[in-house]
Design a protein around this ligand. Structure first.
Ligand SMILES: NC(=O)c1ccc[n+]([C@@H]2O[C@H](COP(=O)([O-])OP(=O)(O)OC[C@H]3O[C@@H](n4cnc5c(N)ncnc54)[C@H](O)[C@@H]3O)[C@@H](O)[C@H]2O)c1
Length: 279
């Protein structure tokens, strides 16, 4: 543990399981009270109870759908009245949507952009007033994806959404720098989580058939640039989270193996800038 966050309050969306639950656990280990927000209300309550028992901190759980603006605003009110505010916000919810570019339907795009992009924006908008009211150590973490640094095939909707999370996060970081609220974008690589299952379960019933096909996942895994990256436990992925937040690093990468692929892409951008020259 690097920092003592006793008396602080952390809010984690998608905190019932996977990366969100692991984030909540390390934050609680450093002393924060924790609010677990998730569309899976029972699982959120179970995770909150387990964290309270393990770390002896105050916790609360709220069922939210980040696709629904009212639900996230109501959750912010609940957190304010039960835990007294918010110092650390992890806007972590994301859904996966595989599919080739020419097969993804409008509803596939709507689903993933509404949850991953607008859901992240709604979450920040709902909690930012609470964060602004506090002083001292305050952080916002947005969960993007390693695929933004090393894109793969059959994931256009997902990757587009996670690029948007990066764009939003970078702007937010600049806009909040003056008031001392740090913003970090996390790029998780492959994790052993329920991501595919929770994405399928949370897809609204009124949306039409998906354009995803059975071979999308295998095609992505076969052709992804980051094939060397290991699939790890979320607890392993967040082992440096507190140190990263303390240092206020703008970016958090969970898998260093993609360095070569990213460097190659970065090189193409630097070359293009050089070719752009000066007027
Ligand atoms: N698992 C991976 O390999 C991986 C890789 C890169 C990025 N990510 C990102 O990490 C984040 C967490 O995913 P995870 O792998 O821990 O998956 P997970 O399924 O373990 O956790 C996601 C949680 O989000 C909740 N959720 C889904 N839709 C929601 C909604 N509309 N409103 C509120 N909660 C909702 C689910 O119920 C679930 O508890 C996501 O943003 C995901 O895109 C995951």
């Amino acid at each position: 543990m690097t920092i003592d966050l006793t008396g602080r309050v952390a809010v984690v969306t998608g905190g019932a399981a996977g990366i969100g639950a692991a984030m909540a656990d390390v934050l609680a280990a450093a002393g924060t009270a924790v609010a677990i927000l998730d569309i899976a209300g029972d699982a959120a309550a179970a995770t909150a109870d387990a964290i309270a028992e393990r770390h002896g901190v105050a916790t609360t759980a709220v069922r939210v759908d980040v696709g629904d603006a009212d639900s996230i605003v109501a959750a912010a009110d609940h957190v304010a009245s039960t835990l007294g505010g918010c110092d650390v916000l992890c806007a972590n919810v994301g859904v996966q949507q595989f599919g080739a570019v020419d097969r993804l339907t409008d509803d596939d795009w709507r689903f993933v952009l509404d949850v991953n992009v607008l859901g992240t924006i709604r979450t920040v908008r709902a909690f930012l007033p609470l964060i602004r009211q506090r002083a001292g150590f305050r952080r916002i973490v947005l969960t993007s994806s390693l695929s933004v640094l090393a894109p793969a095939v059959r994931m256009a909707a997902y990757q587009t959404s996670k690029f948007a999370v990066l764009g939003f996060g970078e702007t937010l970081r600049y806009e909040l720098a003056d008031v001392g609220i740090g913003v970090s974008v996390m790029f998780p690589g492959g994790m052993i989580t329920t991501h595919l299952q929770s994405s399928a379960e949370s897809r609204p019933a009124e949306l039409g058939e998906t354009g995803a096909q059975d071979d999308d996942l295998t095609e992505m895994l076969t052709h992804r640039p980051s094939a060397a990256a290991e699939v790890v436990d979320p607890a392993h992925a967040v082992r440096n989270l507190l140190a990263d937040l303390e240092a206020d690093h703008p970016f958090i990468v969970t898998h260093g193996e993609i360095g070569h692929d990213y460097a190659e892409r970065h090189g193409w951008i630097v070359d293009a800038i050089d070719r752009g020259g000066r007027p």
